[in-house]
Design a protein around this ligand. Structure first.
Ligand code: SF4
Length: 387
């Protein structure tokens, strides 16, 4: 049983598109950021996330084994009363199914040597790849050729999402940065999905992995997917974001795509800071040099700062202005597993929300003074709007 099957088993006998309880329709399922149902309640579209019930996990409602929480599928928040009553109604739906569904998931879990190998690099096959995302005025798809990331930045928020799915699937509990699932049939699935998909941009970005982490050099799943998008010949916009210099291997491919946007995370100008927070990622000089190369080949380039780790925003703005067309800036949203990194007296100040906000504003100003566009959110302004 896959996690997709598990979600459908929880709400059986209802199927996709059907009402699972009066007034609540099942619009979609997803396991990309942990198991999630997308539901329509009246005119609202709400995500309900499902996780194992644990004493410390906040939730809106709980069954005997599972915890349910809600969030909006758009930028508008969900009314709390609606969210809680929806989760409670769902508990009534899943309660009769959950033991059977959890048992089937447990029986499908790897055992023995399989369990051991699943702690590291595991080849998996998927039935779906395109993940719809965004808001009504900025729809896009995300694509993750891998799940898990061997670069293993400790502040990475992907870990908390992936951990829920791994716990439910009874995969071994191993540290973030030590495992990755390789979606070996991703290109084939993507080709089939694109034939009917609207022309939304596709983001190959680190939601649950980095598309150019080291295993890409062996498996080339990201490359295969990019080749599929290129062959579509509709000029679909593609955004690729990485912290890995292995992207340079696909320079020719990216330069040959009609509408490619390629970015690096560049949170700092100082490679000593990078070594502290992202020891397994590409150096700052490597990232800047690759961006310069991309730009010289006519590829649109961007940088993402999330979080901001720069003590010298003027130097960073000058470096970025040489190599990117635009920059997206966001602040630190919780230190995740990086408490010790931020406890270091050299970097302690960077965890303060006031410092993050002040750096973001100062960097935006410094970039604007150099004629570099600054954006927030998931898509550059040029890629927003109906398609
Ligand atoms: S490279 Fe990206 S996806 Fe990988 S661990 Fe770092 S932040 Fe997470």
């Amino acid at each position: 049983m896959t996690l997709d099957d598990f979600l459908l088993a929880l709400v059986a006998p209802a199927r996709l598109g059907e009402e699972i309880t009066p007034g609540v329709r099942l619009l979609g399922i997803s396991t990309e950021l942990g198991p999630r149902l997308t539901l329509q309640v009246g005119e609202h579209e709400v995500h309900v996330e499902i996780a194992p019930r644990e004493p410390t996990r906040p939730s809106a409602a709980q069954s005997s084994r599972l915890a349910l929480s809600y969030r909006s599928s758009t930028s508008a928040p969900v009314d709390a009363a609606l969210g809680v009553s929806l989760c409670r109604a769902l508990v009534d739906v899943i309660a009769p199914n959950e033991e059977t569904a959890l048992r089937a998931l447990r029986d499908a879990a790897p055992h023995g040597a399989d369990a051991e190998s699943s702690a590291k690099v595991r080849e998996v096959r998927v039935a779906r790849l395109l993940e719809p995302a965004g808001t009504p005025d900025a729809r896009y798809f995300s694509v993750s050729p891998y799940v898990g990331c061997l670069i293993g930045c400790r502040f990475c928020y992907a870990h908390s999402h992936v951990a829920v799915s791994r716990t439910l699937a009874r995969l071994p509990e191993v540290p973030w940065g030590s495992y990755v699932d390789v979606r070996i049939n991703a290109a084939e699935i993507l080709a089939a999905e694109l034939s009917t998909a609207p022309l939304h941009p596709i983001k190959f970005c680190p939601i649950v992995s980095d598309p150019y982490q080291a295993v890409e050099r062996r498996h080339r799943v990201t490359r295969g997917c990019l080749e599929v998008v290129r062959s579509e010949a509709r000029g679909r916009p593609v955004l690729v974001l990485t912290r890995s210099a292995a992207l340079v291997d696909d320079m020719e491919l990216l330069a040959s795509m009609a509408n490619a946007w390629v970015g690096f995370s560049v949170p700092t100008e100082d490679d000593a800071v990078r070594r502290h927070f992202e020891p397994r990622a590409a150096s700052i000089p490597e990232r800047l040099a690759t961006l310069a190369l991309l730009r010289s080949r006519g590829v649109r380039t961007f940088a993402v700062l999330q979080p901001v780790l720069s003590d010298d925003v003027e130097a960073l703005a000058s470096a970025l202005a040489e190599v990117v067309d635009s920059v997206s800036i966001d602040v630190l949203h919780g230190v995740q597993g990086a408490e010790r990194d931020f406890d270091d007296p050299r970097f302690e100040h960077m965890r303060a929300s006031s410092w993050q906000a002040e750096r973001r504003a100062a960097l935006a100003q410094a970039l604007a003074a150099r004629g570099v566009g600054v954006w927030a959110g998931e898509l550059p302004p040029e890629l927003r709007g109906p398609r």
